[in-house]
Ligand binder design. Sequence first.
Ligand SMILES: [Fe+2]
Ligand SMILES: [Fe+2]
Length: 234
Amino acid sequence: MTIHATKPSLYNQTVGEIAAMRPGAAAIFRKLNINFCCHGDVTLDIAAKDQGLDVSFVEQALCALDVEDLPASTKLSSGELTEYIQSRYHETHRREIPELIMLSRKVEAVHKDHPDAPAGVALLLRAIEGELEVHMKKEELILFPAMRWTDTTLDAPISQMRHDHNDQGVFLERLKELTDNFNLPKEACRSWQALYIGLVKLTNDLVEHIHLENNVLFPRFETGRYKGISGAGL
Ligand SMILES: [Fe+2]
Ligand SMILES: [Fe+2]
C-alpha cells in the first residue's frame, strides 16, 4: 500500500506567527537557534533551511506541543499588554543592564590578560543601554499611549520600532561573539560566572520582549499583517 504524505501545515507559516500562536514554540525556536523575534516574518520552511535543519523534524516538534490554549499574552488587551511589557521588560532592562555594566568592567579589568576575557562587553552594554533607553521612551511616551486610545493602524511608528529591534538583534549577536556564546573557561571566577548568567538572562529577556512586540502587539495595528491576532481588544 502506498502511503501519501499529507502536506505539512506549518511550512508556510511565519516563525513569528507560530511563536505567537503556539505555547512552547518560542522555547523550541530558541533551542534550535531560529530567530523568531527580529526575523519573525520568515516562513518555517526557510528559517529551518537557514539553520541547516530538516523542516519536517522542526514541524514535528511544534505539532507535538499542546495548542489547546493560546499563549496568555495573546489574550491580553493591547492596553494590558503594553503595561505588562513596560513592567516586566522595560523596568527589568533599566534595573539589570547598569549592574551588568559594572560587573563586566570588573571582570574585564581583573582578567585582562586571559585569552578568553570578554573584552569589549562593557562598552557594548553601554551602547545597548543607550539605544534601548531611547527606544523604550518612544514606546512609552508615544506608541503605547496611542495603542491604548486608537483603533486605527500605526504603520509608520511601528516600522521605526521594528527597525530599532533589528539593531537590538545585531547587538545581541555581537554579545554572543564577544563571550564565545557565553561559554565560561573552567577557571572562571564567581564574578565571571555571574556576568554570563546575567548576560544570558538579558538576552532571553530581550528576545521575549521583542517577540511580544513584533509578533503579538504590533500586528494588531499594522495594515495587512497576521490575521487572527488582531482579534484581541484594544
Ligand atoms: Fe518595548
Ligand atoms: Fe521595542
